[in-house]
Design a protein. Structure first.
Length: 117
């Protein structure tokens, strides 16, 4: 699986993904900072990368059907400070050992992940 980490997440998320053996890039590295959602989604589709973001627009399955994209991981956390986000993302990495996020929408909360697709 390959990933694109949105600009609204700490850069360390990319580091955690790489440490787990995944290929990851950030929207900032690819000139997509402040790009419209549809452009980011199309870029992810073209590169076959699962998007990781806080942006709830990507949880809209009518606009972004998971089966038509590489996948989306949307974090819905009560706190968005770096230590908390990285702690929750470690939980996400553990879940990825059991289930692929490819072609799916993962809604990540502090203590659970809802999966569609």
């Amino acid at each position: 699986m390959k990933f694109k980490v949105d600009e609204n997440l700490p850069g360390e998320v990319r580091t955690l993904l790489a440490g787990a053996g995944y290929e990851a890039a950030t929207t900032g590295e690819e000139g997509l900072t402040s790009a419209p959602d549809h452009r980011i989604a199309e870029h992810c589709r073209a590169e076959d990368r699962i998007l990781i973001t806080f942006d709830l627009d990507f949880a809209d399955i009518w606009t972004y059907p998971p089966s038509q994209y590489p996948g989306f991981i949307v974090l819905r956390l009560h706190r968005q400070d770096k230590p908390h986000v990285l702690s929750v993302f470690a939980f996400v990495l553990d879940e990825m050992k059991r289930e692929s996020a490819t072609g799916k929408l993962w809604i990540v909360e502090e203590h659970r992940i809802r999966i569609r697709g």
